[in-house]
Design a protein around this ligand. Structure first.
Ligand code: 1PR
Length: 524
């Protein structure tokens, strides 16, 4: 039995799944006494530092937690569960942390995308049992905008490079805490957690060690999901967003099985898009929640879910906020949610009124679950114009002339799965969403979707140059060289593909094999 401290702010499902996979029974801490009685305690932190400390105080957990930490019993903190051990954080000035390790939590000051999202390495500074069986060159999944800065080196367990070196794990006696998420770090992460659970294992320093460590470019498998004519939930795939063939919805497999296959093949993340949720209430019958629950039991890399995240009135007249819809997804195992149509409507509002409605879904969800949990999925298509000032939008000069020989175009955002074009361009949308609190952009392209012609590099560069959050390039991958192209000719942090993986034309392993030694990746 292992105790898990859940202060109700986010996705603890994946930590529970990882611990259960390792044969543990997990008891969720309900009160201070449960903490005091625990033999081993895991603390996965999510959300913001201020709200975390506030909730711990409100629930009267601070005293028991401090007593537990001073007792010498095994403790594993993850992400904010590491940051909580420090004196305070720039994220919430004036809010005291637990003060177990002297030092502060600081925001990244780097010329790189923040949050730091993805798979990065570790440089081991001390022997620890958690490294048993690791080579030392494994990568782990990070997602954070703040990092810890201890006053002394004494308890630094690992360091990682992102613009500069920061502390990525600490160990003080039996207290171990990592900035990265072992529960989302595939087999290496599970091995590390298994080592923590078995306190009899020997403390070692792994043989290899990268210096500097490098953030990997991510390869993401995307599953567009909807119900087919028979009422079954299937993975489908469109051709420029048209998912029907001879009147039938294309059926490329079952969501849970396909996600499992991509995990085994080495996908760095998996994204589910519920593509018809704009018209159906996404929580009705809850099939996607079931898909997430089942997938997250076997897939230990980050899961994103999109489709229908907006305020909604159900058939009984009950109003569901976008935050409530997202909360259901997080509870079922999602690590990030993606917002498509609603983001366009929010940005239209901002552009019209000069400010966002206080209750907008992007800001609301980011406040509770953290910016990194909010992805904006953009569905743009090219609109050609004759001159750069023909429209009041972000126009680019293009090397792919339009049907009338035009050398300029802008990228029009659409809603409802490409069915409705709106008067907002993709660059403006990305910029405004970043200001509203989004942590990442999933940049699709209707012109390229399903065509196998490669990514639209001009679109990706235009958006990437306008924002400082990570951009996931999507749509059009047709062979391994397209991944190399997108990573060397744009600044995209990740590349997403669907059709080539579903149709088994190229496997994720083959993509990674091709990129190995050319681009930093997480080896399979
Ligand atoms: O608007 O918040 O309800 O979210 C709906 C979500 O569903 C959006 O993220 C939108 O992109 C997605 N969506 C809606 N309709 C479709 C469709 O295809 N008819 N899928 C759709 C979008 C695009 C990619 C695809 C890549 C890679 N699919 O996700 O996987 O283009 O494909 P490829 O590698 O085969 O070229 P909301």
């Amino acid at each position: 039995m292992i105790a898990l401290l859940d202060y109700g702010a986010g996705n603890v499902r994946s930590v529970i799944n990882a611990l259960e996979r390792l044969g543990e029974t997990v008891q969720i801490v309900a009160n201070g006494d449960d903490i005091l009685q625990a033999d081993r305690l895991v603390f996965p932190g999510v959300g913001g530092f201020g709200s975390m400390m506030h909730t711990l105080r409100e629930k009267n957990f601070i005293g028991p937690l401090t007593a537990y930490l001073q007792s010498g019993r095994p403790f594993f903190g993850i992400c904010l569960g590491l940051q909580a051990l420090f004196d305070g954080s720039e994220e919430a000035p004036g809010v005291a942390g637990l003060g177990i390790i002297p030092g502060q939590v600081k925001r990244f000051t780097v010329d790189l995308a923040v949050p730091h999202i993805g798979w990065n390495g570790i440089k081991v500074r001390q022997p620890s049992r958690i490294f048993n069986g690791l080579h030392g060159d494994e990568k782990f999944y990070f997602v954070h905008s703040y990092h810890v800065a201890p006053e002394t080196e004494e308890w630094v367990l690992t360091a990682t490079d992102y613009g500069y070196e920061f502390v990525s794990a600490i160990q003080k006696g039996n207290i171990i805490a990592t900035q990265f998420h072992p529960e989302k770090s595939g087999k290496a992460g599970l091995a590390l957690l298994a080592n923590f659970l078995d306190t009899t294992r020997e403390a070692i320093i792994p043989a290899a060690g990268p210096d500097p460590t490098r953030l990997a470019k991510r390869i993401i498998a995307c599953l567009d999901v909807r119900t087919n004519n028979l009422g079954d939930l299937v993975v489908t795939k469109g051709d420029q967003y048209d998912v029907r063939e001879n009147g039938e919805v294309r059926n490329l497999g079952k969501p849970v099985q396909l996600a499992g296959r991509y995990y085994e093949e080495g996908a760095d993340e998996i994204t589910f898009l519920n593509i018809t949720a704009f018209r159906d209430f996404p929580l009705k019958d809850m099939p996607m929640l079931k898909v997430l629950e089942l997938t997250s039991k076997n897939v230990f890399v980050p899961l994103t879910i999109g489709g229908g995240i907006r305020d909604y009135k159900d058939k009984d007249g009950r109003l569901w906020s976008a935050l409530e819809v997202a909360a259901e997804y997080f509870r079922s195992g999602a690590d990030k949610i993606s917002i498509g149509s609603d983001a366009v409507l929010i940005v239209e509002d901002v552009l019209k009124t000069g400010q966002a409605a206080g209750m907008n879904s992007i800001g609301q969800i980011a406040r509770v679950y953290g910016n990194q949990a909010v992805v904006i999925s953009i569905d743009p298509r090219r609109v050609y114009v004759k001159t750069p000032d023909a429209v009041n939008h972000h126009v680019i000069e293009t090397t792919i002339p339009g049907p009338g020989g035009e050398h300029y175009c802008w990228y029009q955002c659409t809603i409802k799965g490409g069915r409705e074009g709106r008067d907002v361009d993709a660059v403006t949308l990305a910029k405004v969403c970043e200001q509203l609190g989004a942590g990442e952009i999933l940049l699709n392209c209707i012109d390229r979707d399903g065509t196998n012609r490669g990514f639209d590099l001009e679109l990706i560069n235009a958006v990437k140059n306008a924002v400082s959050i990570p951009v996931i390039a999507s749509s059009g991958a047709g062979d391994v060289t397209h991944f190399h192209e997108v990573f060397t000719r744009t600044g995209a942090e990740a590349a997403l593909a669907a059709g080539i993986f579903h149709r088994k034309e190229v496997s994720i392993g083959e993509v990674k094999k091709y990129l190995q030694d050319k681009v930093e990746i997480r080896p399979v």
